[in-house]
Design a protein around this ligand. Structure first.
Ligand SMILES: Nc1nc2c(ncn2[C@@H]2O[C@H](COP(=O)(O)OP(=O)(O)OP(=O)(O)O)[C@@H](O)[C@H]2O)c(=O)[nH]1
Length: 193
């Protein structure tokens, strides 16, 4: 049985949203609480990788609050993923951002079912669009991540270009679950609490 650790990313600046996305809410639940609960419906333990405005006051038994490692602090989602994987706690890591409030556990469980040690990453694809922040990464990919960060290549797409990836196709009907809220306009259009 593979050991899987969650990584919920919450270290962004929310500059397009104009206020901290973590505290926006959907159906009365804040984005960050929702992301943690979707994650914990799929794995036993998760990292919660935060920036300066840490919403959780206390750790719980299965939520471990950490910060980006200093050399790459605030350098984007890849920095957060790398910082969590650096703790060496599992051989696979399931990543989730805070800003996909419509996501459901079945999506993550389907990705988990594709775990195979011959590949480096398992990434969903919907209508030819890939979602590298709702994905699984094998521990061994940490060296490639570090190299990318050292040379300032923060793009997840560029990272995937260097890995062996299984793309898991989801149908157009599932597209709704992957909606990513970056702006107030997107919030009004898709979420409207
Ligand atoms: N740990 C960590 N997470 C990050 C970092 N940058 C972004 N994230 C998270 O990655 C996910 C996607 O973030 P983006 O929407 O690309 O970036 P953002 O900074 O939150 O928003 P913008 O400032 O509008 O680009 C969110 O869950 C963010 O909280 C970072 O430097 N460190």
């Amino acid at each position: 049985m593979e050991k899987i650790m969650g990584i919920v990313l919450n270290g962004g600046k929310s500059s397009r949203f104009k206020k901290d996305k973590a505290f926006a809410s959907y159906q009365g639940i804040s984005f960050y609480e929702n992301a943690l609960s979707v994650m914990l419906a799929c794995v036993d333990n998760t990292y919660f990788v935060v920036g300066d405005n840490q919403p959780l006051q206390e750790e719980t038994e299965n939520i471990h609050v950490i910060k980006d490692l200093e050399p790459f602090k605030g350098q984007g989602p890849l920095a957060g993923i790398y910082s969590a994987m650096n703790n060496n706690a599992a051989n696979w890591y399931l990543v989730l951002p805070v800003d996909t409030p419509l996501l459901k556990p079945f999506i993550l469980k389907r990705l988990i079912s594709y775990i195979d040690d011959r590949v480096d990453a398992i990434v969903p694809r919907i209508n030819n669009r890939i979602q590298p922040l709702i994905a699984l990464y094998k521990l061994d990919t940490i060296d490639v991540m570090e190299q990318q960060l050292i040379v300032g290549k923060r793009s997840m797409h560029q990272l995937l270009g260097k890995l062996t990836v299984t793309y898991v196709d989801f149908s157009t009907d599932d597209e709704i679950y992957f909606i990513n809220i970056n702006t107030q306009e997107e919030y009004q259009r898709y979420v409207r609490d």
